[in-house]
Write a protein that binds this ligand. Structure first.
Ligand SMILES: [Cu+2]
Length: 82
């Protein structure tokens, strides 16, 4: 999908931040698996998974990706967004 005017602000002023509660992460490899899954989406600026807290913090461009897409990617990797 290509929008005629897809001027993305390089500074990312329209970035949104979300903290997702994720079940099933048990070690550092899980954190990396979740981060890789989220990073594979377009519009992701930053992702940090924390298995001890069971949280994934994501900074993303809401014009390119939604929280639902992000949750879906995590669920598809075998973890569970709650
Ligand atoms: Cu693990």
């Amino acid at each position: 999908m290509v929008a005629p005017f897809s001027r993305v602000d390089a500074k990312g002023s329209d970035m949104e931040k979300a903290t997702l509660k994720v079940k099933g992460m048990a070690c550092g490899h899980c954190e990396i698996a979740v981060q890789d899954a989220v990073r594979s989406l377009s519009g992701i600026k930053k992702v940090k998974a924390n298995q001890r807290k069971g949280e994934v913090v994501v900074a993303y461009d809401p014009a390119m990706v939604t929280k639902e897409h992000i949750s879906q990617a995590i669920n598809d990797t075998g973890y569970q967004v709650v």
